[in-house]
Design a protein around this ligand. Structure first.
Ligand SMILES: [Zn+2]
Length: 233
């Protein structure tokens, strides 16, 4: 991967660190209890948690925002989240469960989610609407991509040809639309928006990063969704 980019493999799920000369950015925070692992990953790069300023939560789910309350204690970390997901992160409202219609997806959900700790309420310092350009990575464009959740965001760094998809897409075995969505139809529109960006380096909420080959994976994806118009995944 790019020298500025580091994937943090957590006990469950993953997060990403992006390094600039004068700051460090964290994308997602893992499940509750990931704070020490995240801090260790920052130190392993030779940086300090004091240098972490931007923290972007791609959405409210407990395996992405679960560590945010721990990151809230880092002195300069400013947690960013979309306004539609913010009340579920701050604990003002309970997060809505996904709308699952397929049996295989329900079985997978029942297999995975009971083992995940609930996300403790966390402070959101910066409310996103989509369309912002955050000052890291040469300019990180915030893309509002509803579907997985109402407030899901992706980050596009055009200067480096890098895309953080959050859970709008995954690469577990192969590149697919995300699962456990609130709105499967909107999710597919959001997937199409990401495919149109045609990025070189793609960082998923789950699964291995892709460095090149996203275009061919995306073509397979659109071919299969064209032949199965009802298939959400
Ligand atoms: Zn999710």
């Amino acid at each position: 991967m790019l020298p500025d980019l580091h994937m943090v493999r957590l006990a469950f799920g993953q997060a990403y660190l992006w390094q600039d000369s004068d700051s460090v950015t964290l994308v997602d925070t893992g499940v509750a209890g990931s704070g020490a692992e995240l801090a260790e990953a920052v130190r392993a790069l030779g940086r300090s948690v004091d240098e972490v300023d931007h923290v972007v939560l791609t959405h409210f789910h407990e395996d992405h925002a679960g560590g945010a309350s721990e990151v809230n204690t880092w002195p300069n970390a400013r947690v960013h989240a979309h306004r539609a997901d913010e009340p579920f992160i701050t604990g003002v409202l309970p997060g809505p469960p996904p709308v699952i219609t397929e049996d295989w997806e329900r079985a997978l959900h029942q297999q995975i989610t009971p083992g995940l700790p609930a996300a403790p309420p966390a402070r959101v310092d910066v409310t996103l609407a989509g369309g912002e350009v955050l000052p890291f990575g040469g300019g990180a464009h915030v893309l509002h991509l509803p579907g997985h959740t109402d407030g899901s965001v992706a980050l596009h760094l055009p200067h480096h040809d890098v895309l953080f998809t959050g859970d709008t897409m995954a690469n577990v075995g192969q590149v697919t639309p995300g699962v456990f969505n609130l709105d499967a139809a909107r999710l597919l529109d959001s997937v199409k928006a990401l495919v149109r960006l045609d990025p070189r380096t793609v960082l998923f909420g789950h699964g291995e990063p892709l460095d090149q080959g996203f275009d061919s994976a995306a073509k397979r994806l659109s071919a299969s969704s064209d032949s199965d118009p009802g298939g959400a995944v």
